[in-house]
Design a binder for this molecule. Structure first.
Ligand code: FAD
Length: 389
């Protein structure tokens, strides 16, 4: 059990020069700027504005999305997951990676210049407004629309839910129908647009989830929000193509974050079974307990290795959606399994509202839904299956 408690070198051969120092420094910064406040952020259901700016000043919102820079991001994302607060990791992951990646990938030079610096400094909080009540896995059921302009202009109307960072977002990367669908199947006539969160007609209502409490999940309404041509992200009508690329990245990020979460849960579990005595010996003396933890550690090491391999492939421009789906599926499902064992071995003390074990348990369930439900990942993995006898 030594690895998940302590040693966290990047598995060979996916390291980069100075990666150990980088990890230590990142962990130190997160211990300073996140951990002392994490419980308060869970209670207030958001990362406060000044904390976003602190993270920005420390450079924690500005690691790269591609090339070797992404290997630094992978270490940062794992360490962020290791804080053990999945709400915080989701908020930061959406802001600095999942939502920001749409601008990086498809934004014009002017859009990038306007939005990326304040996103990286934490002055502009960004959210992803893709899902709707009836359009989660199946985005062809999208209802939010901004159909072609009449002489009074184009207006955006609809409702998005769930939206992480929703109550405080200054900017929403939004999926919207801009032409009538040409088919009842697939996502046709849809575009991505940038919506200023402070525009007239934008409303927000917090809808806290079971877990990931500091993720600021909410329902966002758009009621005739004026939309101009310069708010389109990429070419109108091309959302499906853009989503396919961005979702692959989103799943890679979600998978690495979940690996960090499993790491944190295993450390909690390992410490508990060594310390907690039932009868005349610690739980860890029982073979059934040792073997259960050994199985989890073995799974964890495999998934962690795979995560760094996926990050390395992404850094070389060589990630495919099957790999991203495998990582997201296995890491988030392992998080659920580990959290369940964690609560079980903690006994009733792990079932109390304020315990870390209960938080891991609540949080883990969100991982298998957000960024694509596990069943969708399995569909994608099956689609990409190409083994020959
Ligand atoms: C904590 C959290 C934060 C989120 N944040 C955001 C955000 O910031 N922005 C955003 O746009 N979205 C966000 N989401 C939404 C997320 O992307 C959706 O939950 C996800 O796409 C699944 O959609 P759905 O929940 O509507 O489930 P549905 O699509 O209604 O599916 C319901 C269930 O059906 C099953 N299912 C689905 N497809 C299949 C299939 N092909 N085969 C078999 N079974 C299937 C799965 O078990 C699935 O959970 C968030 C979700 C959570 C939980």
């Amino acid at each position: 059990m030594s690895r998940p408690d302590g040693e966290t070198a990047i598995p060979d051969p996916y390291g980069f020069a100075g990666h150990r120092e980088f990890r230590e420094r990142t962990r130190h910064l997160l211990a300073q700027s996140v951990l002392p406040h994490a419980q308060e952020w869970e209670r207030s259901a958001r990362i406060p504005a000044e904390a976003w700016r602190t993270l920005g000043k420390q450079g924690l919102l500005a690691f790269g999305h591609s090339g070797e820079d992404f290997l630094r991001s992978a270490v940062f994302l794992e360490e962020l997951g290791r804080t053990g607060y999945a709400g915080i990791r989701a908020a930061v992951g959406v802001h600095a990676y999942m939502a920001a990646s749409y601008l990086e990938l498809f934004g014009t030079a002017e859009q990038k210049e306007t939005y990326l610096p304040p996103i990286r400094s934490g002055e502009c909080v960004v959210a992803l407004a893709i899902s709707e009540d009836e359009a989660g896995s199946d985005l062809s059921r999208l209802r939010t629309q901004a159909l072609p302009a009449d002489e009074s202009g184009r207006y955006l109307t609809g409702c998005k839910h769930p939206v992480t960072n929703g109550t405080q977002a200054d900017l929403f990367v939004t999926l919207v129908r801009t032409r009538q669908a040409t088919s009842s199947r697939g996502l046709t006539g849809a575009s991505l647009v940038l919506v200023d969160g402070h525009s007239p007609g934008v409303t927000r209502r917090p809808e806290p989830g079971l877990g990931m409490r500091s993720a600021d999940v909410c329902r966002v309404g758009f009621d005739r929000v004026p939309l101009s041509d310069d708010q389109f992200l990429g070419r109108p009508g091309r959302a499906l193509m853009y989503l396919m690329r961005a979702l692959e990245f989103e799943r890679l990020v979600a998978g690495i974050l979940a690996v960090g979460g499993v790491h944190s849960c295993l450390a909690l579990l390992g410490a508990f079974v060594r310390e907690h005595r039932v009868g005349d010996a610690p739980l860890a003396a029982k073979q059934a307990v040792k073997h259960r933890l050994a199985d989890l550690v073995a799974e964890f090491e495999l998934v962690r290795h795979y995560a760094y391999r996926a990050a390395w492939r992404h850094s070389r421009g060589d990630l495919d959606s099957q790999t991203a789906s495998i990582l997201k599926l296995k890491a988030t499902e392992l998080a659920v399994e580990t959290a369940q064992v964690c609560v079980q071995y903690h006994g009733a003390r792990g079932y109390t509202e304020g315990s870390a074990a209960a938080r891991h348990y609540r949080d883990a369930m969100a991982g298998t839904l957000a960024a694509g439900a596990s069943e969708l990942m399995r569909d994608m993995i099956f689609e990409g299956m190409s083994y020959e006898l």
